[in-house]
Design a protein around this ligand. Structure first.
Ligand SMILES: O=C[C@H](O)COP(=O)(O)O
Length: 258
């Protein structure tokens, strides 16, 4: 089955209004080139309103970098699903390794967030579930055990019907922000494992789930990664802060359709 290529920019705690205008303009100018690629931008939440006024054609969408699993209440510094959707978010990253490592997002909390997003407003938002192994886990041959554990816990309550609202991003922790990209073969091997795991559990619904690779993807490494059968696009950190590099990555994803 042919899935629409998807490229997601995760600005993390970077970017500003100026870069919002710059990247938005670059995307606007390249609109015709980006046919057949869905592009999602996840800026810091306070920049979502600025992005909202820049969104201009159907294939550019907004996303949030995280969400609180509660609907409202005494959670200083957190953002609710309601607020994020009001500011244009259609996607939410959940379980990013930086949230897991630096802000205590356990597997249980990741599951609670996944459940909250999918239960919210008749599944208007899409979950981008991030997972990946640490370097010592790969060195010890524990990559697949780790991935399987993260999948099983995060998707414990997700039905086959809800899977249509899920994207999975494989991000080996050792490749994030390090310049050490996984080889296309390493990434494809894990993506095939994820696809197979989804098939075992969800049958035909598994074929619709976009599987993204993230971890030091650059303009020069993207084409070979996106040429792999099960790599439907990328979750891009550092390179999404450089409009030309990000556009080149989007074009590499577009090439999957040709
Ligand atoms: O969310 C994005 C990933 O963490 C990858 O970041 P990176 O491209 O800077 O390595």
């Amino acid at each position: 089955m042919q899935r629409q290529p998807l490229v997601i920019a995760n600005w993390k705690m970077n970017g500003n209004r100026h870069l919002t205008s710059q990247l938005a303009e670059a995307l606007r100018e390249s609109g015709a080139l980006l046919n057949d690629v869905s592009v999602v931008v996840c800026p810091p939440a306070v920049l979502l309103p600025a992005w909202q006024s820049e969104v201009f054609y159907d294939d550019v969408h907004l996303g949030a970098q995280d969400v609180n699993e509660h609907h409202a209440g005494a959670h200083t510094g957190e953002h609710s699903l309601q607020l994020l959707t009001e500011t244009g978010a259609e996607y939410v990253l959940i379980g990013h390794s930086e949230r897991r490592q630096l802000y205590g997002d356990s597997d249980d909390r990741v599951r609670a967030k996944v459940d909250a997003v999918l239960a919210f407003q008749e599944q208007k938002l899409k979950v981008v579930l991030c997972l990946g192994e640490h370097e010592h886990e790969r060195d010890n041959g524990e990559t697949f055990t780790r991935i399987e554990g993260q999948l099983a816990k995060a998707l414990a309550n997700v039905s086959a019907a809800q899977l249509a609202h899920v994207v999975i991003a494989y991000e080996p922790v050792w490749a994030i922000g390090t310049g050490k990209t996984a080889s296309p073969q390493q990434a494809q091997e894990v993506h095939a494992f994820i696809r197979n795991w989804l098939q075992q559990r969800y049958d035909a619904a598994a074929a619709t789930v976009p599987l993204l690779y993230g971890g030091s993807v650059k303009a020069d490494s993207a084409p070979a990664l996106f040429a792999e059968t099960d790599i439907d696009g990328g979750l891009i950190g550092g390179a999404s802060l450089e409009p030309e590099a990000f556009l080149a990555i989007c074009r590499a994803a577009q090439a999957r359709r040709s």
